[in-house]
Design a protein around this ligand. Structure first.
Ligand SMILES: NC(=O)C1=CN([C@@H]2O[C@H](COP(=O)(O)OP(=O)(O)OC[C@H]3O[C@@H](n4cnc5c(N)ncnc54)[C@H](OP(=O)(O)O)[C@@H]3O)[C@@H](O)[C@H]2O)C=CC1
Ligand SMILES: CC(C)(CO)C(=O)C(=O)O
Length: 335
């Protein structure tokens, strides 16, 4: 079984290196600059918040999409915005029957691949933890969380390899519930990016949590109207999260101890996008809640405002570093 990891960035290099360490046959498909960085570093350096630290050498790296032709399984670890182009390459190069797992955050990134590639077995995956790409080929897992894959026997060797590497991995029956459960957490990506501070520092402040709690309540209303139950992605049940997140600091610190076990440096991937002056995935996250809400007649003012603010930063009209008070004022102004 040969695995191609399409999109050798933070998630791709981390997962690919872990699978390679367990003896699976892996090719990373990515940019020459990342290959050069890994070469200079003598391998991929992976570390985690529980003390794991390894240098992984000898992993094969390609830049040309023709490498997809070798794959039995493709882990697509590109950003949502790259999926349209990726779908064309997958349709062109992959052999019929190749399994393709789309591991993006948010809703809808797999749709274009399913539409463009009817001959491939397309499924969704979700990565529940944060990986930060540091310098010198170093990829650091900064939070708790699992890799979630669809329940397919063909993915068992991947699950077993992750488990051996102390990376929790679950094969899921109801993926819609998992994707929405993860989306509930990812509503914070925009708040974190706008706050421009590490996740831990942000979540320790009730003002930011209040905004997150309101965004989560909007999602819960939309999901309930659609008949979707949110999968549990943290130690706490999803229905309790909005209330818990809004609780006073002393209570939150006690009840959400596990949630705050985050590497002090970890930030959301949307923060990283803004840092690199890239367009973000906001349309697939808070934007997806707003779009679904609009279809169902559910108001989503908080998620709409977060979308507007992120777009303003993307276009250079606004600076990051918003305080909780500034965020609340913007929410009153509307999306
Ligand atoms: N980072 C994280 O902590 C988490 C991320 N996720 C999700 O995982 C997905 C991937 O995120 P992340 O790993 O952070 O993204 P990255 O941007 O770090 O990785 C994607 C990589 O793929 C490269 N790439 C883009 N197009 C191609 C192409 N056609 N051929 C080869 N390489 C290409 C990108 O290069 P370039 O920059 O030049 O486009 C980049 O190096 C996202 O949907 C994200 O939301 C989920 C959980 C946590
Ligand atoms: C950090 C985490 C796990 C949740 O915000 C994430 O999914 C991301 O950064 O995209």
């Amino acid at each position: 079984m040969h695995i191609v990891v399409y999109g050798a960035g933070s998630i791709g290099c981390y997962l690919g290196a872990a699978l390679h360490l367990e003896g699976l046959s892996v090719t990373l498909l990515g940019r020459p600059r990342i290959q050069e960085e890994i070469k200079q570093a003598g391998g991929i350096h992976i570390s985690d918040y529980i003390g794991g630290d390894q240098l992984v050498s000898g992993i094969s790296f390609e830049h040309k999409e023709a490498a997809l032709a070798q794959a039995d399984i493709v882990l697509v670890t590109l950003k949502c915005l790259a999926m349209e182009q990726a779908a064309a390459a997958l349709a062109h190069y992959c052999r019929p029957g190749t399994r393709v797992i789309c591991l993006q955050n948010g809703l809808g990134s797999d749709r274009v691949v399913r539409e463009e590639c009817p001959q491939l077995l397309v499924s969704q995956g979700i990565v529940g933890f944060n990986v930060l790409h540091q310098d010198n080929g170093h990829f650091h897992r900064g939070t708790d969380g699992a890799v979630h894959l669809s329940d397919d026997d063909a993915f068992m060797p991947i699950r077993d390899a992750f488990l051996e590497q102390q990376i929790p991995c679950l094969l899921e029956r109801d993926f819609q519930s998992v994707a929405w459960g993860k989306l509930q957490l990812n509503l914070n990506n925009a708040i974190n990016a706008l706050a421009d501070i590490p996740l831990k520092q942000e979540l320790e402040q009730r003002g930011y949590r209040r905004v997150l709690s309101c965004a989560m309540k909007e999602l819960a209303t939309v999901a309930a109207k659609k008949g979707i139950s949110l999968a549990r992605m943290t130690a706490l049940p999803p229905a309790l999260l909005p209330g818990l997140i809004n609780s006073p600091d002393f209570l939150f610190h006690r009840l959400a101890k596990k949630m705050l076990e985050i590497d002090p440096q970890a930030r959301s991937s949307m923060w990283e996008d803004l840092q690199q002056k890239r367009l973000t995935e906001i349309h697939f996250l808070n934007g997806a809640v707003a779009a679904e809400g609009e279809k169902l007649g559910v108001p989503t003012p908080v998620n709409r405002t977060l979308c507007r603010l992120i777009h303003e930063v993307e276009s250079g009209k606004r600076q990051q570093g918003l305080s909780p008070r500034e965020l609340e004022l913007e929410i009153r102004r509307g999306g």
